[in-house]
Design a protein around this ligand. Structure first.
Ligand code: NAD
Ligand code: MG
Length: 376
C-alpha cells in the first residue's frame, strides 16, 4: 500500500533483492498511475489499486491482462484483504492509510507498518484488533525497528526505558526566529534521510518525533514517561533500550529504510541486506544532545497527546496533516504548523474511549478546525 512512495519503492527494491521466495500480490497508490503501471508490469501482481478513481481508465490499458484493476479507497481496502497475500506493507502517508491497514489486520495478516499516522490516530483500535486476529504489527519506522530488535535482548518486564533517537532535522542549530520563517525548500532539505515530503516536513518541525513517541507507546505498550527523545545528528544509532540492570542495547546501521523494511519481511530470520554497510573506520564520533522543547514545541505536544489518549491522537495527527498541507501550499509560514496544531488540540474535548467512528469524526473535526483558523 503506497508502492509509488519513498518507502514503497524501497520495499520493491528489497523484494527484488530477496529473490523468488517473495512475490508481490498487489500494489496500490494514490494518483501516480504511470509509476504504478510500470511497477505492475515489473512485478506482475494479481491486482493493483488506485485510490483516485479519476486515473483508473488511464491505468487499465497499461497493466498486464491478468492483473485486476481496483479503484477508489474501497479498492485499496479490498486489495489489503485479498487472500492471495499474507503480508501487507502499510506505506501510505497519513490517516489515508488507516482503512487499508485495518483491513489487513482484520484479515489476520502480518503488517510491515511504515504508516505511523494509522497508529497515532487509531492505536486503540488497531492494537487490540491485531491481538484478536493474530496479526502482528512489525515496525518499519527505523527507530521502532531498532527498539523492536533491541527489546529482544531481554524480557519486557526488564525494560527500564527507551531512547528514541532523532537527527534533529534541518533546523537543529537554527534559532527560534529563523525556524519560524523557514521556507519550504529549507524544510525539505533533510540532513540524513531521503524521504517523502510530508515526513520530511514533520522532521523539520519535529512533529515526526512527536508522532513516533505515540507510535512507540502503542507498539511496545510503554508509558510516555519511559520514552526519552535523544538528538543524535548522525542517524546511525536508530534507537536504544535500557534494561533494569543498566545495560543499554542499541541497533545501528546506515540511514537506509531498506534495512528495517527487509527485517519486517524476513523476521524472525535475517537475510543478506542490500543497503550500504556501516564503516567504522570513517565514523569519527557519534554525538548526542537533549532535545530543545522551546524551539521544537511539537515534542511537548507529542508527550501530552500520548498521555491523553482517546481522540487526542486523531486530532493531533489530522491538524498537523492539514497544517503541513497549508504550509506546502504557501498559505502559512513554517512556524504556524505547530502553532495551529496546538490551537486545535486546545479546542478539542478528548473523548476517552472512542469507537473507530468517533476517531474518524475527531479527525474530520480537526481538519475543519484548521480550515476555520486559516480563514480567521
Ligand atoms: P511518500 O509521499 O513518498 O509516498 C506516499 C505513498 O502513499 C505514495 O505511494 C502515494 O501514492 C500513497 N498515497 C498518498 N495519499 C494516498 C491516499 N489518499 N490514498 C492512497 N494512497 C495514498 O511517503 P513516504 O515517505 O514513503 O512515507 C510513507 C509512510 O511511511 C508515512 O507514514 C511515513 O511517515 C512513513 N515513514 C517513511 C519513512 C521514509 O523514509 N520515507 C521513514 C519512516 C516512516
Ligand atoms: Mg522514524
Amino acid at each position: 500500500m503506497g508502492s509509488t512512495g519513498s518507502i514503497g519503492t524501497s520495499a520493491l527494491e528489497v523484494v527484488r533483492s530477496l529473490g523468488p521466495e517473495y512475490r508481490v500480490a498487489g500494489l496500490a497508490a494514490n494518483r501516480r498511475w504511470r509509476d504504478l503501471a510500470d511497477q505492475s508490469r515489473a512485478f506482475g501482481p494479481s491486482a493493483v489499486a488506485i485510490a483516485d478513481p479519476a486515473h483508473v481508465e488511464s491505468l487499465r490499458p497499461l497493466v498486464n491482462g491478468s492483473t485486476e484493476v481496483l479503484a477508489g479507497p474501497e479498492g485499496l481496502v479490498e486489495l489489503a484483504r485479498r487472500q492471495d497475500s499474507d503480508f501487507v506493507i502499510a506505506a501510505i502517508v497519513g490517516a489515508a492509510g488507516l482503512a487499508s491497514t485495518i483491513a489487513a489486520v482484520e484479515a489476520g495478516k502480518d503488517v510491515g507498518l511504515a504508516n505511523k499516522e494509522a497508529l497515532v490516530v487509531a492505536g486503540s483500535i488497531l492494537v487490540p484488533l491485531a491481538r484478536r486476529t493474530g496479526s502482528r504489527l512489525l515496525p518499519i519506522d527505523s527507530e521502532h525497528s531498532a527498539i523492536f530488535q533491541s527489546m529482544a535482548a531481554g524480557r519486557r518486564s526488564e525494560v527500564h526505558k527507551v531512547y528514541l533517537t532523532a537527527s534533529g532535522g534541518p533546523f537543529r542549530t537554527w534559532t527560534g526566529d529563523q525556524i519560524a520563517l523557514a521556507t519550504l525548500e529549507d524544510a525539505l532539505r533533510h540532513p540524513t534521510w531521503d524521504m517523502g515530503p510530508k515526513i520530511t516536513i514533520d522532521s523539520a518541525t519535529m512533529m515526526n518525533k512527536a508522532l513516533e513517541i505515540i507510535e512507540a507507546c502503542w507498539l511496545f505498550d510503554l508509558r510516555p514517561e519511559s520514552v526519552e527523545v535523544l538528538i543524535h545528528p548522525e542517524s546511525i544509532i536508530h534507537s536504544m533500550v535500557e534494561f533494569c540492570d543498566g545495560s543499554v542495547v542499541a541497533q545501528l546501521g546506515t540511514p537506509d529504510m531498506k534495512t528495517p523494511i527487509q527485517y519486517t519481511l524476513t523476521w524472525p530470520d535475517r537475510a543478506a541486506g542490500c543497503a550500504r554497510r556501516l564503516d567504522f573506520r570513517t565514523i569519527r564520533r557519534l554525538n548526542f544532545e537533549p532535545p530543545d522543547m522551546e524551539r521544537f514545541p511539537a515534542l511537548r505536544l507529542g508527550y501530552e497527546v500520548a498521555r491523553q489518549g482517546g481522540t487526542a491522537g486523531a486530532v493531533f495527527n489530522a491538524a498537523n496533516e492539514q497544517a503541513v498541507q497549508a504550509f506546502r501550499d504557501g498559505r502559512i509560514p513554517f512556524g504556524r504548523i505547530v502553532e495551529l496544531t496546538e490551537r486545535v488540540l486546545e479546542r478539542h474535548r478528548v473523548e476517552t474511549r472512542p469507537t473507530l467512528e468517533g476517531l474518524l469524526a475527531a479527525d474530520a473535526w480537526a481538519r475543519q478546525e484548521v480550515s476555520t483558523c486559516l480563514k480567521d
